[in-house]
Structures are given as structure tokens and as C-alpha cells.
Design a protein around this ligand. Structure first.
Ligand code: PMP
Length: 344
């Protein structure tokens, strides 16, 4: 993951070393300084490039992947794109089981990167044979010489962020970071980065972001797996209906839940106020930062890092589409669209 000054060996040389960008307008009324770790700068446009490269290279080292191997994964889109990208350069085939919640654009992008895609219903239980977990398991057992990445239960997912994202944030803030705010899906990002940062300074607080409709916050607070917490929501990529072993709950101090509507509006605000064109979960993370600020988590000396997981180009049919926003009823409240497009 080194950035060459001259010619790069291949695209994989550009994974990681993403910029940390100060937020200047959108958080100006909150106490403290806020910085965005903009993971959309990765060549695959999300932080999942980091885990794809790390897990695949580790599997190669262990002799689990060889010429002609097939990589199989469950994915909400981003991991799939990154797995497909690394597979192209390394010469592997790539099969992906994708949730039907993923946008059509995301699925087409996976196909553009040469992956074979299976679309599975989003709103079935994790142990249902139609779920993307079960479909991936079945494809793995039916495909000779295949390797199942299994990001939800693969410890290497945490290690990828412990080895790269965490040290980058520590260096970029000169060790002055006081709070980390990150989403949790598989939990790899928040767990790996938080573990690294807390080892450098145990006073750093890690503030998680969850969705209404997901069990993570309640499970973290009570240890109880409460099925009543589970219901459909629209944010793609964070929150869960199962407990992934790639989540280390011990290094997360607290979770805050955000609504689909607020997250969508915040992503749009990030674009028009800071020029940061990001995905749906980035809006959720900004919304959580605002809620944490309202609850008094920060003061003027706080240095808060928000990990913004991916690029906005993957959400053109959703949060950046006014018709989609209207269909969800997200323009009904006082939070109206900020830009009006005039047709002549
Ligand atoms: N945001 C987006 C857009 C994602 O695709 C994911 C991964 N599911 C996350 C956040 C959560 O990251 P992690 O899986 O590392 O917890």
C-alpha cells in the first residue's frame, strides 16, 4: 500500500493512504474540530479495497488461493467491487451474492468488473436458504477450488484496518485524535481502527453508528439479541440483523442510531457544503456526529475523525435522485431539497 512517486506497478498500489479532510462548514456550529477520512479515494471507491487486498494476499500466503481459484463473497456492493478489482489484477474468478437492497447501479458496476452476480432477497432471515449468506455458502460448496472470504466472520477484516486505516489516522492527526466516529456493518472498520487507536491512547473514545431496524446498539448496551429491534431500513452497508464475529464490541464505547431520512439529507449536505461526494452511510455518520454533539460528547478541544466509507457515485438512483427521495417521503418534512433544478 505504498504510493509510488513515479509509475505504479498496478492499480492495487493506490489502495489506502486516503486523505483526512477538515470539515469547514457543516460542523461549524458544533464544539470541536471535525475531520473526514474520505475512503472514496480508494481505487475501488471504498474502504473495502483495504480488506480485499489484505484478505486475498493473506490467503495467498497461506496457500489457500492458487491459479484459477474462484473468490466467493457476500456483499452489499462495496466489498464485491473491491474483491472483483483485486481478483482482476491477481487473476482469480469472482462470484458475488448481493442483497437486493443494493442499487442497480452497484450491481452493474460489479458486472463491469467481471464478477458473476447473484441477487438475493434482502428481507429474509440470515439462516434462510435464499439469504445472501446461505447462497454464498452453497456456491462455495458447489464450486471447486473456491475460497469464501466470509467478511462477517473473518478476523482478517479487522486486521486490514488495524494495519492500515488506524495507523494512517493516528499519523494524520499527529496523535491528537480524541474521538473516532465510524459505522458498523461487518464491524471490521470500527473494530480494527479503534483497537489500533486505543492502543496508542486509551482515552480515545469510539462512537459507533447504527440504524433503526438493526440490533447492534441494543446488543452492545445489554448483551441481548432482541429480534424486535429488527425491521427493514434503507441505509445500505451499516447495521445488522445478526452479530458478526468481525465486530469487537469491547473497543466500541457507544452506539447511536440514525434514521434513513436524516442520513440521506446529511449525505446531500456533505456534497453541497464541503464538496465531499459520499455514500449513504457517510450521511449517517455525519448525522450521528451531530447527535453525539447534541448529547454533549465533545468540547472545543475535541478532534473528531469521521470515517466516510465510500463515494457518492454508487447512489445516483437513490439518495442523489430527487424522485427516489420524494418516493420515500423524505421531502415531506421541513428538510427540503437544498438545490432546485430548473428545467427550461
Ligand atoms: N458503509 C458502507 C457503504 C459499507 O459498504 C459498509 C460495509 N458493509 C460499511 C459502511 C460498514 O463497514 P464495516 O463492514 O467495516 O463495518
Amino acid at each position: 500500500m505504498t504510493h509510488n512517486t513515479g509509475i505504479s506497478k498496478n492499480i492495487l498500489d493506490h489502495i489506502g493512504n486516503t486523505p483526512l479532510i477538515q470539515l469547514n462548514k457543516i460542523t461549524k456550529d458544533l464544539p470541536g474540530n471535525f475531520y473526514a477520512k474520505y475512503e472514496g479515494f480508494n481505487p475501488g471507491h471504498s474502504m473495502k479495497d483495504r480488506i480485499a487486498l489484505h484478505i486475498i494476499e493473506e490467503a495467498e500466503r497461506q496457500g489457500l488461493l492458487k491459479e484459477g481459484s474462484t473468490i466467493i463473497e457476500t456483499t452489499s456492493g462495496n466489498t464485491g467491487f473491491s474483491m472483483a478489482l483485486v481478483s482482476i489484477i491477481k487473476g482469480y474468478k469472482c462470484i458475488l451474492a448481493v442483497s437486493s437492497k443494493a442499487s442497480a447501479g452497484k450491481i452493474n458496476m460489479l458486472k463491469a468488473m467481471g464478477a458473476k452476480v447473484y441477487v438475493c432477497p434482502a428481507h429474509v432471515k440470515a439462516d434462510d436458504p435464499r439469504s445472501y449468506y446461505e447462497v454464498a455458502k452453497r456456491l462455495h460448496s458447489e464450486t471447486a477450488n473456491s475460497f469464501y472470504i466470509n467478511q462477517y466472520f473473518n478476523k482478517l477484516n479487522i486486521d486490514a484496518h488495524y494495519n492500515s486505516t488506524g495507523p494512517e489516522i493516528w499519523e494524520q492527526t499527529n496523535g491528537e485524535i480524541t474521538h473516532l466516529i465510524a459505522a458498523s456493518g461487518t464491524g471490521g472498520t470500527i473494530s480494527g481502527v479503534s483497537k489500533y487507536l486505543k492502543e496508542q491512547n486509551p482515552d480515545i473514545k469510539t462512537l459507533g453508528v447504527d440504524a433503526f431496524g438493526s440490533i447492534l446498539q441494543k446488543f452492545h448496551a445489554t448483551g441481548e439479541f432482541d429480534k424486535n429491534e429488527i425491521y427493514p431500513y434503507r441505509i445500505e452497508g451499516l447495521g445488522k440483523n445478526l452479530i458478526p464475529s468481525a465486530t469487537n464490541f469491547n473497543v466500541i464505547d457507544v452506539f447511536e442510531k440514525v434514521t434513513d431520512e436524516a442520513a440521506a439529507h446529511r449525505a446531500r449536505e456533505l456534497a453541497i457544503s464541503e464538496g465531499l461526494f459520499t455514500g449513504y452511510t457517510s450521511g449517517a455518520i455525519l448525522q450521528a456526529a451531530i447527535q453525539y454533539a447534541e448529547k454533549g460528547y465533545f468540547d472545543e478541544n475535541s478532534k473528531v475523525v469521521l470515517i466516510l466509507p465510500d463515494h457518492g457515485s454508487r447512489y445516483m438512483e437513490k439518495i442523489y435522485c430527487d424522485d427516489w427521495m420524494k418516493e420515500q417521503g423524505f421531502f415531506d418534512s421541513q428538510k427540503q431539497a437544498h438545490q432546485k433544478v430548473e428545467f427550461i
